[in-house]
Design a protein around this ligand. Structure first.
Ligand code: DUC
Ligand code: ZN
Ligand code: ZN
Ligand code: ZN
Length: 515
């Protein structure tokens, strides 16, 4: 009996423990984990040299080849990464599976959800270096569309939908949200909510416009933290009313963290996501001269202070945050003529933040940044790192334990890091990255480690020693997902409505580990 690959001398870290050991891989799956497997025969051997071996990263929030990503004025921008460049960048940063958005368009009421999903499959099939799945974005929850929800898991393997509370072209009102999340619950689908109060944003935007304040920093002023906190609170209330688990995406402010924690303290199934940009960058980045601040425009915006960053790190440490995703949403800063895109499109020499698409790239930098600023600084234990960047994402979105785990039978998706004493601290530059974007908002940060090898279903798809992506386009597979692993464990109590509702989640208690 010959194994395909042995990974030896690893410091194997999972969501719950860390131990020295070897891993044997056969047919793309983890076959055995033991203190010493060096006597086994294998076609190839990777010596981890005592470095951490963690599950491959699972990025729960990416915009890949998505049409019509919002700018403040709903100007229809298309991101600069398709499945090929996005997935190439993903593996080079240790992420072996990402979830991208399949977006329903309000202006195409004739498109069924199946049409929308088919469109994104066409874009992705044959083009991806890593595994991927889809969330649906619902912008028009009319009855015919909600009637499609029950087939999303059985037919399409999609167990999550994103809803927006802001942007005119995307937003749902509370009534529409209630309808959508109650339908989602019955179908075992987890709603993800973009929580910002649209009226506060509209009011502030108009005031800034009157004052002719159109620089990138003013984008952040138009979306104050309280707009996020109010909508976060409202989303939690709507989820409580309907007794539906929800995930709050890209949470940027400690005030929102506190509201989420309060809900969780009541026993509500409220989950939350933050992103490296909210943990590491402040809005001083937007005040850069020469319009460079446009590179850091995202929604919700970067927040002002170190206390904001600390408050979010606290949420990562204390369990309020379930996952850290990239929100990879890349747009080129410069047009082919070398002009900043928002200056060119606005025709104003000073540019106009209302024409800056909202989002920054980050699929490749997410794992190394959180490793550097979380694990290496001692802010996060290695186990908590694994939870936040991989295992919890796989559980939350119904891919566990195939993804996000190091156990026999799971996909052999792994990151082998550098032994800490072998890695020479490296200053991050955009030239190191594999996306199709012309900048990274994290330029100049000192990295203290980087994925040395990324392994996807047993294949080495990124080799940092060689400095190259060694996987092939098209190797990446679609991941058909099940209902959230978390929802099945919801212990709902103290309310008759909740007790009455909860049976619908029950079938999942009987779900076997592997089919
Ligand atoms: N929401 C996202 O999730 N990404 C970018 C812009 C936005 O509003
Ligand atoms: Zn369209
Ligand atoms: Zn969003
Ligand atoms: Zn996003």
């Amino acid at each position: 009996f010959e194994f395909d690959t042995l990974i030896i001398n690893g410091k194997i870290a999972t969501a719950s423990e860390c131990f020295n050991g070897d891993i044997a891989i056969k047919d793309g799956k983890i076959f055995a984990i033991a203190p010493d497997l060096k006597s086994l025969k294998a076609k190839s051997v990777i010596d981890a040299e005592g470095a951490y071996v963690t599950p491959g990263g699972v990025d729960g929030h990416t915009h890949i080849d998505q049409e019509n990503t919002p700018g403040a004025k709903d100007y229809p921008y298309r991101g600069c990464d398709g499945f090929e460049s996005g997935s190439r960048s993903s593996v080079a940063g240790g992420t072996t599976t990402f979830l991208a958005f399949a977006m329903q368009h309000k202006h195409r009421p004739d498109h069924s959800l199946s049409d929308v999903i088919g469109h994104y499959h066409d874009l992705a099939t044959g083009n991806s270096y890593c595994d991927y799945g889809f969330h649906l974005i619902i912008t028009d929850p009319k009855p015919e569309r909600l009637a499609e929800f029950p087939k999303l898991i059985p037919e399409f393997g999609i167990s999550s939908v994103k809803l927006y509370m802001t942007y005119d072209s995307l937003k749902l009102n509370d009534y529409e949200i209630l309808h959508t999340i109650s339908t989602a619950r019955k179908a075992g689908i987890t709603p993800m909510i973009h929580a910002e109060n649209v009226d506060i944003i509209t009011f502030f935007s108009e005031e800034l416009e009157k004052l002719d304040l159109l620089d990138p920093y003013s984008h952040a002023r138009s979306r104050p933290a309280l707009a996020e906190q109010e909508a976060t609170n409202r989303a939690i209330v709507l989820s409580e009313v309907m007794n539906v688990p929800i995930l709050l995406v890209h949470v940027s402010s400690p005030g929102s963290v506190q509201r989420i924690r309060k809900g969780q303290g009541k026993g509500l199934p409220v989950y939350a996501e933050t992103c490296p940009q909210y943990l590491l960058l402040t809005d001083s980045r937007l005040q850069h001269p020469n319009y460079e601040g446009a590179k850091c425009v995202c929604s919700p915006p970067l927040r002002p202070s170190k206390e904001d960053l600390d408050g979010l790190w606290n949420g990562c440490r204390n369990g309020t945050f379930t996952i850290i995703s990239s929100d990879h949403c890349p747009f080129r800063m410069y047009s082919d003529e070398g002009k900043a895109v928002a200056i060119k499109d606005s025709g104003k020499p000073g540019g106009d933040w209302r024409l800056i698409p909202n989002g920054i790239p980050g699929i490749e930098t997410r794992m190394p940044l959180i490793f550097t600023f979380g694990v290496c600084t001692g802010r996060l234990s290695i186990e908590r790192f694994v939870q936040l960047t991989s295992t919890n994402t796989a559980k939350l979105y119904g891919m566990y334990p195939k993804k996000g785990s190091i156990i026999p039978g799971a996909d052999a998706d792994l990151v082998i890091w550098y032994p800490q004493d072998k890695y020479k601290p490296t200053v991050l530059t955009n030239e190191m990255l594999h996306h199709d974007c012309d900048y990274t908002a994290f330029e100049g940060m000192e990295m203290l480690n980087w994925p040395r090898f990324t392994v996807l279903r047993g294949q080495v798809v990124w080799d940092a020693d060689k400095g190259e992506v060694t996987g092939t386009k098209g190797y990446g597979e679609y991941v058909s997902r099940e209902p959230s692993w978390f929802a099945k464990n919801q212990v709902l109590f103290d309310d008759i409505t909740q007790t009455a509702w909860k049976n619908e989640w029950r079938p999942q208690f009987d779900r076997p580990l592997f089919k």
